[in-house]
Structures are given as structure tokens and as C-alpha cells.
Write a protein that binds this ligand. Structure first.
Ligand code: IMP
Length: 558
């Protein structure tokens, strides 16, 4: 097999082919198989010199990382790795990690260099790095008590986070009222609004759009008690219409959940109990600030911070997405979606200063050899494994056996709930759509070691209807009903051998070809892959080999 030497024109060809491949992928399937598997021409990664184009269009040292599938793709690893890379650039003084959407529905796990696990929901993944500052921006929905718990637990592991963590005063405030509202909404919609994580995400975003919501600064204002007492009162009346007694409604208790290591709920409580809890957490933030009066407050006008950081080229900026493009409120797998803009375009509204084009590396993270999903709906390529532990494999198809093996091998169980995740085959139609609409320009693949030599990897290249006509992926699971996914079987490889690789060259040949196929089919460069659970099991894909030619009138040799 030879690695195809190529130049920037090949990159241009790839980009130029994006639309033809998106609108009519079928002719490309056999063409890619012939080129990669028969002629052994393997092209993976970005060409050298692509920076020239990207630099001209964007702010240096900026990276956005979002999920390209349905969540849980392993974004944390990639964020960690990119942060390390940015901080190792000569002259780089610090980096910001900005969360721009979502809230405690997200579950990110960060490991310290010693291997200690830090589970994060609202706090950005910057927590490990002394030279990194986390920003929870205005696009987020933040529950202040949960945040306190996360900060306390994080500080117990990594030390003082003051001056390393900021919260936008304009972030949307989630209280236990919004969490209870999620329960009532489920009832009001006869279960149709179900499937949420119960963290109050959808009511908080909905209230924000209806201009009914409150923000972090409302809790910190002098008149906070009147505002939240009136709010409690209004909620109590509305809930009573639906026969809910507000005081006994159950809401998640993160402190107890963390301490007891299982999901624990508590009563929302009487008005006084609710207000006293808010007061106690409010005081905690005030006292925290008071403990270092000459330092900026943790609760900030982050817009001003962005103004400054944009122009400080000695600071890297990393935008950390939560959930995934497939869970986007409008272009995700409706109806089972989250309520925020999970795409790279969401950075604009979520930071109020950065636009997508400012960002140099727009990375989508994907599981490579399969996809996983949580929630109520089934995707087109779902292997329909039982949503419980599988004890008997005798009734399973070959593909389902692969899925059952994947579930165990990759431990595809929810981090908080322990529920087995649905296992789906890699869906390139979904990927092309999510890449296009999610503003993704590069891919980072995870789980390259989840493969076996004796099992082919089935990959869906497109869907057809009952007449054999190709039908495009359209967001919304109803649009995949009655469609048949068309699969190609690609040769597997030895996952244990893949785990040993530290460079692209060391990967098994079939893994390289698989990456080349995914890159060709999505017309999007794969720039890094993870090949095992350890921090160092990450393979950077080198730039293509030929020295770049002058492009756009700029000579890259100079
Ligand atoms: P919500 O964000 O709590 O409203 O939940 C809406 C849907 O998004 C549900 O199907 C959740 O399971 C899913 N979801 C929310 N956050 C995540 C995540 O971080 N990973 C995977 N799925 C998620």
C-alpha cells in the first residue's frame, strides 16, 4: 500500500466534491472502494499548507469541538488533547475553554495526568490545566447549586479554581422550578416532550425565547428574593392546574447523587425552603468572591472578556460543544433532541462575539466503527439490541452480534444511569448532513480500536425507498421510516494491534483504508483518531506529504 503523495489541489478537489457527494452520493461509493481497497490509494488528513487558507479566514489558535453524531462521541479526549497542543505552542501564555450551550445535561469526563476521574457537567474541561481558564458563557443554562457541587468536587482534586473559572452574568438560570416544569411539560404533552434528562434544560431555553426566563445576574441582584418568590408563586398556581403539588415535586439532587453514587431526587419544597436554598448558594458565590477582593468576580460580563481575548494572540481559545449536531434543536433527530444550538454556528449566539468563521479548526468528533445513541427514538441504522444486558446471543443477526460485542468492548452504558446505549452502524448520510449543517470542517475519530479481524464493519452509505430510489437524510426520525439503509461491508482489523499504534503508519492497513473511505465519503479530512482509553492512545494524522504550492497568491515557503 502506498500513501498517496498529494498536494493542496487534492484538498481543493475534496472540498469541491462536498456538494456533489452530499446531493448525490451513490456514484461515489464504488469509485471510493475501487480507489482505496483495489488500487490502495489512501489519503487521510489535511495537506500541508492548508493553514495558509485557514489563517487568512480566521483568528489563529482557535478550535471548536462539537459532537458530529448523537452525543457521547468522546469529545472530552479531543478537547484535552487540543488544549495540550495549544498550550505547547511557543509563546502561548494561556488558553480559554468556552462552553457556549447546554448545561448539566452534558456529561464530560476529564482525567488528571495521574488518572483521577473528574466528572463534569457545566464546568468546562479546562479544569486540569493551570494555564487554562474556563468560561461558562451566556448561551448556557446554569443551575447554580449543581455548579457549586461541581466546583467543590473539582477543587478537591485539582485545587483552587478561583481566577480559572468564569460564569457569564447573562447565562440562563435553571432553578428547581424549571426542573419541575419539565415534569409538568411531559404531562401536558402526553409524554411527547419526554426523553429529556430532567435537568430543566428545555423549559429554561423555552422560557428564554418567550422572555419569561431569568439570568444569573437576576439571582445576584438586590431584589432577588422578591423576584424568585413571585416566580415560585406563579409556578405553584400553574402546577396546581395540572394537579401537581409544587412542594412535593421531585427534582434531581446532584450533591446527594454524587455522594451516594446513584440518582437521588429531593422535594422541591415550600417557598421558604426553595428561597433558602437559593440564598445559601447565592451567599456561597458572594463569599467566594469576597475572599479575594482584589481579583475579578467569578460572575462576569463575559462579552468584555471576549473582546480582550480575541485580540490577545498569546492566548488560545477552544470552544467546547456539548451534546452533538444530531441532537440540535432544529436539525437533530427530532423529536428526541436537546434545546440548544449544538453546532459550530451556536458559538455566535452562545458567546455574542465570535462567529463561526473566526474559528480556525472546526472539528466534529465521531465514533468511527459504529455510533451510539441514548433517548427514546431509534435511528435508521440502529441494530435494535435489547435495552438491557444481553445474556443470550442465539437470536441475534451477525451485525447484532457485532453490536453486542461493541457494547461490552467499548462499555456503551450511560455514565449516570448505567443504561445500555443503543448501538447503531456508522451512517454516512447522517454524517454528511451533520458535517454540512453543523459547520464542521475536520473530523476527529474515536474508538478506532473497536474492531475485529473476523467481523466486517458495516457502514451505511445512503438510504433507498421501496423503489430503490436514493432518499436523502432529513432530520427527524419520521423521515427515515420505510427507508432501507444501503450498507457496504468493509474489512475489519485487529483492535488490539490498532491500540498499539502511536503513529498513522503503525495502524493496521485496513484501519487506514477505513479512515480513507470515511474521509472520502464525507469529503472532510480526519485529523486525529483515538485508539484506546488511555490519554496517550491518540494518533495525530500527519499533514499530506508534498511541499505546498503557492495558493491564493501567497507563497507558503516564505
Ligand atoms: P435534554 O437536553 O435534557 O432536554 O434531553 C434531550 C435529549 O438529548 C434526550 O434524548 C437526552 O438523552 C439527550 N441528551 C442530552 N444531553 C446529552 C449528552 O450529553 N449526550 C447524549 N445525549 C444527550
Amino acid at each position: 500500500m502506498r500513501l498517496m503523495s498529494t498536494s493542496i489541489e487534492a484538498f481543493q478537489t475534496m472540498v469541491n466534491e462536498r456538494n456533489p457527494r452530499f446531493f448525490d452520493p451513490v456514484p461515489f461509493v464504488q469509485k471510493d472502494i475501487d480507489r482505496i481497497y483495489n488500487q490502495e490509494q489512501v489519503t487521510v488528513g489535511m495537506p500541508m499548507g492548508a493553514e495558509i487558507i485557514l489563517n487568512a479566514l480566521s483568528r489563529e489558535h482557535t478550535v471548536a469541538i462539537v459532537g458530529a453524531q448523537l452525543g457521547d462521541e468522546g469529545k472530552g479526549r479531543i478537547v484535552d488533547n487540543k488544549l495540550e497542543q495549544i498550550l505547547s505552542i511557543p509563546g502561548m501564555q494561556m488558553a480559554y475553554v468556552v462552553r457556549f450551550q447546554g448545561g448539566s445535561n452534558a456529561g464530560h469526563t476529564v482525567y488528571t495526568p495521574e488518572g483521577r476521574k473528574i466528572p463534569l457537567h457545566q464546568v468546562p474541561s479546562s479544569i486540569n490545566e493551570d494555564r487554562a481558564v474556563g468560561i461558562m458563557d451566556s448561551g448556557m443554562v446554569v443551575h447554580m447549586e449543581d455548579l457549586k457541587t461541581e466546583i467543590e468536587d473539582g477543587e478537591a482534586i485539582v485545587g483552587d479554581l478561583r481566577n480559572r473559572l468564569y460564569l457569564s452574568e447573562e447565562a440562563k438560570l435553571v432553578t428547581d422550578l424549571e426542573r419541575a416544569e419539565e415534569v409538568v411539560n411531559r404531562f401536558k404533552s402526553s409524554g411527547k416532550s419526554g426523553g429529556g434528562t430532567g435537568r430543566g434544560i428545555s423549559p429554561t431555553y423555552a422560557n428564554d425565547l418567550s422572555r419569561l426566563g431569568t439570568h444569573v445576574k437576576d439571582l445576584m441582584a438586590e431584589n432577588w428574593r422578591e423576584v424568585y418568590a413571585a416566580r415560585y408563586d406563579r409556578y405553584a398556581k400553574e402546577f396546581a392546574v395540572h394537579n401537581y403539588d409544587i412542594a412535593t415535586m421531585q427534582v434531581p439532587d446532584l450533591r446527594a447523587t454524587r455522594d451516594q453514587k446513584k440518582a437521588v431526587t429531593r422535594n422541591l419544597g415550600t417557598m421558604d425552603e426553595f428561597l433558602d436554598r437559593l440564598e445559601s448558594v447565592r451567599n456561597w458565590y458572594i463569599e467566594r468572591d469576597a475572599s479575594q477582593p482584589d481579583q475579578p468576580s467569578m460572575i462576569q460580563n463575559t462579552f468584555l472578556m471576549h473582546q480582550e481575548m480575541y485580540n490577545n494572540l498569546n492566548a488560545g481559545v477552544l470552544f467546547e460543544g456539548a451534546q452533538a449536531v444530531g441532537l440540535h434543536h432544529a436539525i437533530g433527530r427530532l423529536p428526541d433532541v436537546t434545546s440548544s444550538d449544538t453546532s459550530i454556528n451556536g458559538i455566535a449566539a452562545g458567546t455574542k462575539l465570535w462567529k463561526a468563521q473566526d474559528i480556525r479548526e472546526k472539528i466534529g468528533v465521531m465514533k468511527l466503527t459504529y455510533m451510539s445513541s441514548v433517548g427514546s427514538v431509534h435511528m435508521a441504522t440502529d441494530l435494535m439490541l435489547p435495552r438491557k444486558a444481553i445474556t443470550d446471543e442465539s437470536g441475534l443477526t451477525g451485525a447484532q452480534k457485532f453490536g453486542a460485542w461493541v457494547r461490552e468492548e467499548a462499555h456503551e452504558y450511560g455514565t449516570t444511569t448505567g443504561r445500555p446505549r443503543d448501538i447503531c452502524l456508522l451512517d454516512l448520510e447522517l454524517m454528511r448532513y451533520n458535517i454540512r449543517m453543523g459547520g464542521i470542517e475536520m473530523l476527529a475519530g474515536t474508538h478506532l480500536d473497536i474492531a475485529r479481524e473476523d467481523m466486517p464493519i458495516k457502514v451505511c452509505t445512503h438510504y433507498v425507498d421501496s423503489t430503490g430510489q436514493r432518499v436523502a437524510y432529513q432530520p427527524g426520525v419520521e423521515h427515515q421510516e420505510n427507508l432501507t439503509p444501503v450498507y457496504v461491508d468493509l474489512p475489519g482489523w485487529d483492535g488490539a494491534a490498532a491500540q498499539q499504534a502511536r503513529t498513522f503508519d503503525e495502524l493496521p492497513d485496513n484501519a487506514k483504508k477505513f479512515l480513507a473511505f470515511v474521509q472520502a465519503q464525507t469529503a472532510t479530512p480526519i485529523t486525529a483518531v483515538t485508539n484506546g482509553p488511555q490519554r496517550e492512545q491518540l494518533v495525530e494524522i500527519p499533514r499530506w506529504e508534498l511541499p505546498p504550492k503557492p495558493f491564493l497568491g501567497v507563497d507558503v515557503q516564505n
